[in-house]
Design a protein around this ligand. Sequence first.
Ligand code: UDP
Length: 245
Amino acid sequence: MDKVNILGVKVDMVGIDEAADKIMEFLDEDKVHAVFTPNSEIIMRAYRDAEFCKLLNGADLLTADGIGVVYASRILKKPINERAAGYDIARKVLKKMNDTGHKLFLFGGKPGVAEEAKEKLLIDYPNLNIVGTRNGYFKSEEESEIVEEINSSGADMLFVCLGAPKQEEWINRNKENLKVRAALGIGGSLDVFAGRVERAPEIFCKLGLEWFYRLLKEPWRIGRMMDLPKFAVTVLLHGKKYKQD
Ligand code: UDP
């Protein structure tokens, strides 16, 4: 797969459909695959933290979540066609899993959210094989018990929704002990599946203004969002220094 090196993070040049197909292929391979969907905030974190950058690049699939990352790929002359957000990829994967019968475990969110998401998902995908749920609030000493719960459910696919960078770090830390074939770090997706959080209306997404919609709805994100302009400036000033393969 072609990749674009954005400030050290090697993002796969795939859209939503290609990413979902790739993830379905992972389910047939006998190893744990990590899938992350970095946005500009996450890439800025990786830019500042070499260890985190290495963690991201160790993933089996990295997709461009956010219009900022798509623009960065254009500036670097390796354009990614579309934004491939975790939520959208997950929807495609769920549709496919509804036919294949693969087993899914939902991990993350406040108590009750994963169960609510399960109920709602079964309305849209009645054959979906959801074999377990677990909220995302735990002490570090409970971690091995959570891994055990996931493994004994027999899940092939794991959605990890702890927000970034928690979910990426959790997957990386537990990869060796997990038996699932694919672990997807997909942020607040369970909240959306559960109907607790609404996605930005289509028009905001089309115009590349989803960040603005989120800012209106969740103004406390302003601090984190300041990374978006910083990201743009950093890519413009330093992006070309990174070697493209
Ligand atoms: N969350 C969690 N455990 C934690 C912290 C957060 O399960 O220790 C959940 C939280 O309930 C929410 C999601 O992680 O469902 C984070 O969502 P957000 O939209 O902030 O994700 P991001 O934008 O960081 O990807």
